[in-house]
Design a protein around this ligand. Structure first.
Ligand code: F6R
Length: 613
């Protein structure tokens, strides 16, 4: 979704804002713009497409001596991704500019009202309404004008505002879209949609909450309630990530780097949380009492996309080991159905960003109905972690590639820990089993580390026969059915090949009609409790001449009698197979997309953090 960067301070503006926007590229965008104030005059640059286009038209402005301004990457919602619709948007005088992430729901009526008053519109965007509305209220106090304008607005926004009449001040405001301030005594004041743009300059951040407005100057900031107008004391948080963590570090793509970072991400997520002697699990930010955890009789897991696949795996784990019935919901469905939720239900939101609009709306609803909320999240201080009663942090570090990889396997590791934690609290698992499973989880990172380079080489060779396919099926059973869904999602996201995931046993209820000699199918067939069933399913595919790739357990020679294309993985505890079997599915998608010359890190039409409905 749209990215915002704002800066006021001693540094030259353009490199700070342009660099910041580059660090937000992963959010997805289709046009971009920058505005700065110099000698009392606002100068604006906007272009369609990638940031490189913006940089090209700014060649003469790169060294401009301005020290205050705003930048924006736009992911089109209202109006095509054209230069005219790109942000920043200006008022009628050209002395006031706004950048915006979100959707102004009542923009039609506001626009008509403003048109009647004589305002001139230059774009098709909902955002432009905001700048004219602020202009309408502006006399000599920008904070007051923004507050009055936002009181009229229905919808979501993260907002950056600059006015030539207050040349040392930026205004930021938020409602249902992420916005974080970065502060540093010498470097100045920053605002951004996410943390990476701030990392080169400061690790001190202030997360704005809904209906808050910030006044930002080089050496000062203050936050106010948009509802009461009163000043709010905000907590300053220290971010543990550093700038290098958001760089490619020699890899061709962020996605590949992040695939290789998975062993570390799993270790960081698990370490210190399992007692190696007793298998006892500690989750420091859980904040729920033992009574809260023993008193629940149902769990709802709510998430979107890849995080939803993590939830599907967790359902198997929690029901099996903690004995609690689990419902799994796609957040955009959850929020609009009749929810049978009360105080005996625990709702767990799974979201790497902690900002996904549908998931956030879902937990707000569940909370209103009396449910306790836990979030599994990768971003410290994100909105969901602030609104949930408890959090289990994944420690995957920043994930820049739009297609989620290390955040997913870290979610699985965290959900497995959460399962052991619940089982311990509810007395549904003996200490010996807990210890055994805990140790298996810890040693899984080493297994993945060893297998990664070998798999990548094998897959690179293998995909020569598959990379130009038009369709792909992924099949798996039990714990690996969600991994088939995840593999298919990864492939379609980054390579644009049409791909579907199915439970293997479901094939003969319809999808088997698709199978012929041209259809590639990746079958996940580890030696597990449903091995024989999975083998029967892939034999059915073979009988219809499907082009099979199998992923199975090292030493299982039978697979070679079914197809020549077999990828072998070491045997681990079968409960942990979903984490291990994700790795070849990710690498296959990556290598195919890379071979097809696709923009792996920023696939078309996708946004990293989906902050609108
Ligand atoms: C796919 C992917 C998305 C996200 C989804 C939810 O690779 O990354 O499907 O999983 O948009 O995002 P979060 O986890 O931030 O709520």
């Amino acid at each position: 979704m749209c990215g915002i960067v704002g800066y006021v301070g001693r540094r030259r503006l353009v490199p700070v804002v342009l660099g910041g926007l580059k660090r937000l590229e992963y959010r997805g965008y289709d046009s971009a713009g920058i505005v700065y104030l110099q000698d009392g005059k606002l100068t604006k640059f906007r272009s369609e497409g990638k940031l490189q286009n913006l940089e090209n038209i700014m060649e003469d402005a790169l060294g401009a001596s301005s020290h205050i301004g705003l930048g924006h990457t736009r992911w089109a919602t209202h109006g095509a991704p054209t230069t005219e619709n790109a942000h920043p948007h200006s008022d009628c005088t050209g002395e006031l500019v706004v950048v915006h992430n979100g959707i102004i729901e009542n923009y039609h009526s506001l626009r008509n009202e403003l048109l009647e008053k004589g305002h001139k519109f230059a774009s098709e965007t909902d955002t432009e309404v905001l700048v004219h509305l602020i202009e309408d209220y502006l006399e000599d106090d920008l904070q007051e004008a923004v507050t009055k304008a936002l009181a009229r607005v229905e919808g979501s926004y993260a907002l950056g505002v600059l006015w030539s009449g207050m040349p040392d001040t930026l205004i930021a405001a938020r409602n249902h879209c992420p916005l974080v301030l970065g502060i540093h005594e010498e470097e100045g004041g920053f605002m951004a949609s996410d943390i990476p743009p701030l990392l080169p300059y400061t690790d001190q951040v202030v997360f704005l909450d809904d209906k808050e407005l910030a006044v930002l100057q080089a050496d000062n900031y203050a936050v106010y309630s948009l509802e009461t107008g009163e000043q709010i004391e905000k907590e300053v948080k220290t971010i543990a990530w550093n700038a290098a963590m958001a760089e490619k570090g020699g890899y061709k793509h962020f996605m590949l780097k992040e695939i290789y970072e998975q062993p570390q991400a799993i270790i960081d997520t698990v370490s210190g949380r399992i007692n190696p002697e007793t298998g006892s699990v500690t989750l420091p930010e859980m904040n729920l009492s033992d009574e809260d955890l023993t008193g629940i009789d149902r769990i709802f897991l709510v998430a979107c996309g890849t995080s939803w696949h993590a939830a599907l795996v967790a359902k198997y784990w929690i029901e099996r080991w903690a004995g609690i019935p689990v419902e799994v919901d796609i957040a955009s469905e959850f929020r609009y159905r009749k929810l049978l939720i009360n105080e005996r239900v625990l709702t767990v939101a799974i979201s790497q960003s902690g900002e996904t609009a549908d998931t956030l709306a879902g937990i707000r609803l569940a909370k209103e109905l009396g449910s306790k909320i836990v979030t599994i999240c990768n971003v410290v201080g994100s909105t969901m972690t602030r609104e949930a009663h408890g959090t289990v942090y994944t420690h995957a570090g920043p994930e820049i590639g739009v297609a989620s990889t290390k955040a997913f396997t870290s979610q699985l590791a965290a959900l497995f820990l959460f399962t052991l934690f619940l089982a311990e609290k509810r007395g549904t698992m003996d200490a010996k089993t807990r210890l055994e499973l805990g140790k298996e989880l810890i040693s899984l990172a080493t297994v993945i580390e060893k297998v990664l380079p070998v798999l990548q080489d094998e897959i690179k060779e293998l995909i020569e026969n598959y990379y130009d396919s038009r369709d792909f099926l992924f099949v798996g059973r039990g714990l690996n059915f969600p991994i088939a869904l995840e593999g298919a999602l990864k492939l379609k996201e980054i390579s644009y090949i049409h791909a579907e995931g199915y439970a293997s046993g479901e094939l003969k209820h319809g999808p088997i009609a698709l199978i012929d000699k041209d259809m590639p199918i990746l079958g996940i067939t580890p030696r597990d409790a449903v091995y024989q069933k999975s083998i029967s399913n892939v034999e059915e595919i073979k009988a219809r001449q499907g082009r099979l790739i199998l992923i199975g357990t090292k030493g299982d020679d039978h697979l070679k009698t079914i197809t020549d294309d077999v990828l072998y993985l070491p045997e681990v505890h079968e409960e942990l197979n979903p984490i291990l079997y994700t790795i070849p599915a990710q690498l296959l998608s990556y290598e195919i997309a890379s071979r097809r010359g696709c923009d792996v890190d920023q696939p078309r039409n996708l946004a990293k953090s989906v902050t609108v409905e």
